[in-house]
Design a protein around this ligand. Structure first.
Ligand code: FES
Length: 133
């Protein structure tokens, strides 16, 4: 068996991205790849925290090293149709905070998030349930 031509990681294991819808994004991409009969060439994997908490759902595609943040299901469709099927990254959906790095939400001296996670689907404040690792 040849190595995968493309590896898609979706953060579903951290404390924030799942709250922002990453589980559904992962399921969608995995199913889309299976439906397109690309499973032998494209692997869609769940990832633990990618250290970008608060900017999820996070999707990273290798070997292209393209990071997508705040990926909705509609945007996951675009990523599938354009990037995964044709190999052309969707520039409009690339990581929207700047270069990937330590972009976790700010925390106080007790480690509690100090800002609202305005990207949560229900718009609620960050809670212990959606804290990153
Ligand atoms: S929870 Fe997804 S990057 Fe940390």
């Amino acid at each position: 068996m040849e190595p995968f031509a493309m590896h898609v990681f979706v953060c579903t294991g951290g404390g924030t991205c799942p709250h922002q819808g990453s589980v559904a994004v992962h399921a969608f991409l995995k199913e889309a790849v299976a439906r397109a009969r690309l499973k032998s060439r494209v692997r869609v994997s769940q990832a633990g925290c990618l250290d970008q908490c608060g900017h999820g759902p996070l999707v990273v595609i290798y070997p292209d090293d393209v990071w997508y943040s705040h990926v909705s299901l509609e945007e996951a469709q675009a990523i599938f149709s354009e990037h995964i099927l044709t190999g052309r990254p969707v520039d409009a959906l690339r990581f929207r905070v700047g270069e990937p790095g330590a972009h976790k939400l700010a925390r106080d001296q007790n480690g509690r998030p100090t800002q609202r996670c305005t990207l949560c689907r229900d718009g609620r404040a960050v809670t212990a349930a959606c804290e990153g690792e």
